[in-house]
Design a protein around this ligand. Structure first.
Ligand code: ZN
Length: 426
């Protein structure tokens, strides 16, 4: 029976333990050490939460091991760790540091007893998130009757899946309720009820449980079977913010940020808003309306510009076809930054005023060209075949209009088109 210190005391950062077994093993193609201890504070990955990380110190040899993962199998916690390679002390230190220290891991003396230390900042961050999650899930269950059917907690993300949907007002109500629980700052109870007691307790659980059950209670808000470390008092969770709630598999996937994560998120959002408010010379409270107006102005300007471009394209085509110069009766233009809908419209405007091809190649030598070509008299598929043969053009169309994309330069395309038109381009 190994003792799980994290079951009883979430705040046990450092501990001393006998080593039950230690051996070299392979993890993702890397040679690492695997330890089983008599007791441990390292919470292993389980129930959707990633494991603690930290250090083992061997006081006999002064060897240090960096624990990067812990997992549980048949009720035993396995710790995976890398030996910390220390720089070699030498008079020619600078040179020694440049040399890679190679240690045969098979020769490393493994500890019989270690001092273990978990990364407290990471642990406390996960405690804030996980306790916040219980308050949210318990509150959702109480107010809406939905179950938490999926949970994931890693170093940068917390998601909760519910088998029901929420309105924006529901989300606000959930947030207000759970943050009230934080401000009430009451004690969180962690206990192992006996079988008889357990029958009387209406606790939440994702699955049927057997054996010794650990319950975590937020009095008045939630009781849930859970194996993870939690805060002593709700005040330690800090702000609970629901950052998104999206439809997911017929229900909702919610993302939350609690405590320091919520604080950091608020900080970065505020920086963004301040940046935008500086750019637009408005107060941060007016940012939304200022961006809304800017967006409208931009769309109006784009619309106006599209009109100007369409007019200039029409003018250019008409000028050519009205010149009555047969050499210019195939108006084909090379341009950049043009909209396909405008081009098609311009071609259609002029197509019955010439017997030749009317077309536009747009974009650039660097990114290649898109093209639209039309004709009332000539067969456009002839040009399409030529473009495909020479430049492996991708596209389609029919006798009266073709369009597609090619990777070729303006010069190369013009060279080809000379064989099919009069060889004069706009
Ligand atoms: Zn839990």
């Amino acid at each position: 029976m190994y003792e799980k210190l994290y079951d009883q005391n979430a705040y046990a950062v450092e501990f001393i333990s006998e080593v039950m077994s230690a051996n070299l093993t392979t993890w993702n193609d890397e040679e690492v050490f695997e330890f089983v201890l008599e007791k441990t504070s390292f919470f292993p990955e389980q129930g959707g939460q990633t494991s603690d990380t930290g250090m083992f110190y061997d006081t006999d040899t002064e060897n240090e091991f960096e624990v990067f993962h812990a997992y549980i199998k048949d009720d035993t916690v396995y710790h995976l760790a890398r030996l910390v390679i220390k720089p070699v002390e030498t008079k020619r230190k600078k040179k020694a540091e440049e040399e890679e220290v190679v240690i045969d891991l098979k020769t490393v003396k493994l500890p019989k007893r270690i001092i273990g230390r978990i990364n407290w900042d990471e642990r406390f961050d996960k405690m804030q998130q996980h306790s916040g999650e219980h308050l949210v899930s318990g509150t959702v269950h109480r107010l809406f009757g939905y179950d938490n059917v999926g949970f994931s907690l890693s170093s940068d993300n917390v998601t909760l899946d519910f088998n029901g949907k929420f309105t924006d007002e529901d989300i606000i109500e959930i947030e207000k309720t759970v943050n009230r629980a934080v401000f009430e700052n009451f004690k969180v109870k962690v206990f192992f009820p006996d079988e008889e007691e357990l029958k009387k307790i209406p606790y939440r659980s994702k699955k049927e449980l057997t054996g010794r059950i650990r319950l975590v209670e937020f009095p008045g808000y939630d009781i849930c079977a859970c194996c993870a470390p939690h805060v002593h008092s709700t005040g330690e969770i800090g702000l609970i913010k629901i950052v998104s709630a999206e439809h997911f598999k017929g229900g909702t996937r919610m993302s939350i940020k609690c405590g320091y994560r919520a604080l950091n998120d608020y900080g970065s959002l505020l920086e963004s808003v301040k940046g935008v408010s500086r750019l637009l010379s408005v107060t941060k409270d007016d940012v939304f309306h200022a961006v809304e107006k800017l967006n409208k102005d931009y769309r109006d300007a784009k619309f106006e510009l599209a009109g100007v471009k369409a007019k200039s394209l029409d003018d250019a085509f008409i000028k050519v076809v009205e010149s009555n110069d047969r050499a210019h009766n195939n108006p084909i233009m090379f341009t950049s930054g043009m909209d396909a809908a405008i081009i098609r419209k311009s071609i259609n405007n002029v197509i019955d005023r010439t017997d030749g091809y009317v077309g536009v190649f747009y974009k650039s030598d660097k990114e290649g060209y898109s093209y639209i070509i039309g004709s009332n008299v000539k067969d456009c598929t002839v040009l399409a075949s030529a473009l495909k043969e020479s430049f492996d053009a991708k596209g389609g169309g029919n006798k009266s209009m073709i369009q597609g994309n090619i990777v070729a330069t303006e010069e190369e395309i013009k060279e080809l088109l000379k064989g099919y038109t009069d060889g004069v381009f706009l």
